[in-house]
Design a binder for this molecule. Structure first.
Ligand SMILES: Cc1cc2nc3c(=O)[nH]c(=O)nc-3n(C[C@H](O)[C@H](O)[C@H](O)COP(=O)(O)OP(=O)(O)OC[C@H]3O[C@@H](n4cnc5c(N)ncnc54)[C@H](O)[C@@H]3O)c2cc1C
Length: 705
């Protein structure tokens, strides 16, 4: 990460299924978030051979939860994925999710967060792999819990090769070998079945019995009934239903398969239609726990021995939190003390997403977590006081306590439905603070989609044609003839101020302001424009948040900025009746709004039939309002209407600067001939000041067609 620009708001660490859900929810709730992912793609575990080095996916991996229970509730999976999607389909699905909700622009790929350090006055300092540092109001850890292999220790030594399931990809390296798979979880079962097809001998060391479910019962996935309201049945009833069905489908387990001590739904069963038949056939030989390693042999707890030349430990994962010192949060086995399985009681600006080990799909759970985190971060959901947080952790969900009596209440293992319902009921009870918005600003204007489409299409050509012109004066210059800010002093001293650029394009202005010590946020409606902005930022070695959004409805909290400005940006193409109140909402009292756009005089003299400005008044002054220009909607008001709009939105007018280019000015823009621009103002800049908030803005309507 280059640059160390201090910016606010939220950091999400990890762009697996959990981090993506959080990013989406935060975006929807108006929280500016940036995500840091050590790999070069989204998808986490589901991206095979992920260059993050964190994925345990093997070539044949499919979900062990059926598609309809696996998918995010807000984003159905394609039906052609079948009942149990392959990892490649999961990766494609997560990528499609990120694209559908515009998340890629907020993710930094190839960036490892090394450490989180507590700021003295709250918030977090993220220390990155390259030593750079960024500050955030809050952080969400979504780094997954299945990447740090847990390896058992046995007495003796083993002469053959040892690996962990995390490194397993396919069975070929085990052909004609005598292989021992240690463990009785999902990965152990699938790896043993696969290897048994090519190995000379396959043993499976099973310490304690585990229930096995077939993938299908009849023609339906085993979990087809795991839907509301059926999954609300008392879990003992559910347990009986499942057990009977499984017995009908699979018959009695082989004698060598140890009898589970607990009931079916009390643990996390293996989902496999192939394991028990392979054991029945003798393709997999079941052995008890390992007692000792004896050179080329393994001795088991019952005293038996087998000659083995490969051991694969499918013995699970250790929850690892290298980002935090244990003094801040300690992990003990599967126990992590988190309120609602997300918030450490002593660190209420830190959240964990996806730290849940529950039978059933994680994605529906994590989408509920993500909305919950968003509600807390926007202040709509308040956390209880400290002592209550601890009480709630130790109470957990009733059904989790009943179902997993062997687990502590701080365990990440839980009943997914009880947990999800708890989060949803929290969200329902959350007190929703109404945003101070005018009625007009609530709905996006209909030109937004058109303008977005146009900019997506023309962005590359625009940057190619005008990029150099826009770089004049280090990017800090106004209008088509780039009159320098240093001369006009419209924004004034910006060091240390929060600045929003509305319609930032390639963000050259914001880059320049960041270099001068401001804390800019760039907003644009076009993803392509923002890609150019990322490039310009990277070249300049600065970074700050970029938001892809409609300026009429900015997804940011009230009173977030000291300055909002746009240079032929949003005020040219968005409806000013929506923009002005939105800017008033976003600005702190006394904040500055400055924007340049075409002058009313120009629009009066504009000859639409010849697409150029003339020397006579051609258009009615009182007909100004919504105009069509260059294939996109544009807005213009008469001077009186502008003044009425500003005052009714809560602004005092400080200045109207009519830009006059110098006699030798040049421009790549074709707005007007230079001699026209020297005689009449082609562009003007309004400079406005947000009134103190105690004066309520009136709701005077500015009419136009
Ligand atoms: C073999 C296997 C099969 C599974 N099958 C299922 C299943 O069928 N259904 C199911 O619901 N769940 C399954 N799971 C659980 C699975 O882990 C989750 O469903 C899902 O992958 C969790 O997503 P996540 O985003 O929390 O974590 P991950 O997918 O692990 O993503 C975490 C991301 O964080 C990134 N990251 C980590 N540390 C850093 C850092 N310091 N800086 C920057 N980035 C970082 C990683 O690169 C990764 O992209 C399975 C797990 C395993 C191991």
């Amino acid at each position: 990460m280059r640059g160390a620009t201090p910016v606010a708001d939220v950091a999400v660490i990890g762009a697996g299924s959990s981090g993506l859900a959080v990013l989406k929810a935060l975006r929807e709730q108006g929280v500016v978030a940036e995500c840091f992912e050590r790999g070069s793609h989204v998808g986490g575990l589901w991206r095979y051979e992920n260059d993050s080095g964190f994925s345990a996916a093997y070539a044949s991996l499919r979900t062990n939860v059926s598609r309809l229970r696996m998918q995010y509730p807000s984003f159905p999976m394609p039906a052609e994925y079948g009942d149990f999607p392959h990892h490649s389909e999961m990766a494609a699905y997560l990528d499609a999710y990120a694209r559908a909700f515009g998340l890629h622009a907020a993710i930094w790929f190839g960036v490892t967060v090394e450490r989180l350090e507590r700021e003295r006055d709250g918030g977090w300092r993220l220390v990155f792999g390259d030593g750079s540092v960024r500050r955030f109001r809050a952080a969400v850890i979504a780094t997954g819990v299945f990447w740090q292999p847990k390896l058992p220790a046995y007495s003796g030594s083993f002469a053959g090769e040892v690996s962990h399931a995390h490194a397993y990809r396919s069975s070929e390296p085990f052909a004609n070998r005598r292989v021992l798979v240690v463990g009785a979880g999902q990965s152990a079962a699938e790896i043993a079945v696969e290897i048994s097809r090519v190995a000379e001998r396959t043993f499976m060391s099973v310490r304690a019995g585990v229930h096995v479910l077939p993938r299908w019962i009849g023609s339906a996935p085993y979990d087809a009934d795991d839907v509301e309201p059926r999954n609300r049945l008392p879990w003992r009833v559910l347990n009986t239903i499942y057990r009977r069905r499984v017995e009908r489908e699979l018959g009695s387990p082989p004698a060598s398969w140890p009898r589970p001590a607990r009931r079916l739904l009390e643990g996390i069963p293996i989902v496999s239609s192939e394991l028990l038949p392979a054991v029945h056939r003798g393709d997999i030989l079941v052995r008890p726990a390992i007692a000792q390693l004896v050179g080329d042999r393994v001795r088991f707890a019952d005293g038996s021995e087998e000659v083995v030349d490969r051991i694969i430990y499918a013995t699970g994962y250790r929850i690892s939190l290298p980002l935090l010192p244990p003094s801040l949060l300690s992990v003990d086995g599967r126990n992590v003390p988190l309120y609602r399985r997300m918030v450490p009681p002593d660190l209420q600006d830190l959240f964990f997403a996806g730290f849940v080990d529950a039978p059933g799909g994680l994605l529906p759970v994590v989408e509920a977590q993500a909305r919950w985190i968003g509600a807390v971060l926007t202040g709509r959901l308040r956390l209880p006081e400290h002592a209550q947080l601890w009480r709630a952790i130790d109470r957990a969900e009733r059904r989790t306590r009943q179902r997993f009596p062997g687990e502590g209440t701080r365990s990440i293992r839980c009943d997914p439905h009880a947990y999800r319902r708890l989060l949803i009921s929290d969200l329902r009870r959350a007190r929703f603070r109404r945003q101070a918005r005018s009625g007009a600003a609530a709905e996006a204007s209909d030109c937004v989609a058109r303008n977005r489409a146009l900019w997506e299409q023309q962005s590359d050509a625009y940057q190619k044609r005008h990029g150099r012109q826009l770089e004049a004066h280090g990017g800090c210059a106004w209008g088509a003839w780039r009159i320098p800010e240093a001369e006009l002093r419209i924004l004034g001293d910006i060091a240390g101020l929060d600045v929003l650029e509305l319609g930032c394009g390639a963000a050259r202005w914001s880059v320049a302001l960041a270099r001068s010590g401001a804390r800019p946020v760039g907003l644009d409606i076009s993803a392509r424009q923002l890609e150019h902005a990322r490039r310009v930022m990277a070249d300049a070695g600065v970074d700050f948040p970029l938001i892809e959004a409609n300026a009429e409805r900015v997804p940011l909290p009230d009173e977030r900025f000291d300055i909002i400005f746009s240079d032929h940006g949003a005020f040219s193409v968005a409806d000013p009746r929506r923009l002005a109140p939105e800017c008033a909402r976003l600005l702190r009292s006394g904040g500055l709004l400055a924007f340049s756009k075409i002058s009313p005089l120009y629009d009066l003299a504009y000859d639409r039939s010849r697409a150029r400005v003339g020397r006579r008044l051609r258009n009615g002054y009182f007909d100004l309002g919504r105009l069509e220009r260059n294939g996109t909607a544009d807005f213009q008001l008469g001077y009186g209407a502008w003044i009425t709009l500003f005052r009714s939105s809560g602004f005092e007018i400080e200045d109207l600067i009519e830009l006059r280019p110098p006699a030798d000015a040049r421009t790549s823009f074709e707005l007007a001939p230079l001699d026209w621009a020297r005689r009449w103002p082609v562009e003007n800049v309004w400079r406005l000041r947000r009134r103190a908030r105690k004066q309520r803005p009136s709701r005077q309507r500015v009419p136009y067609a």
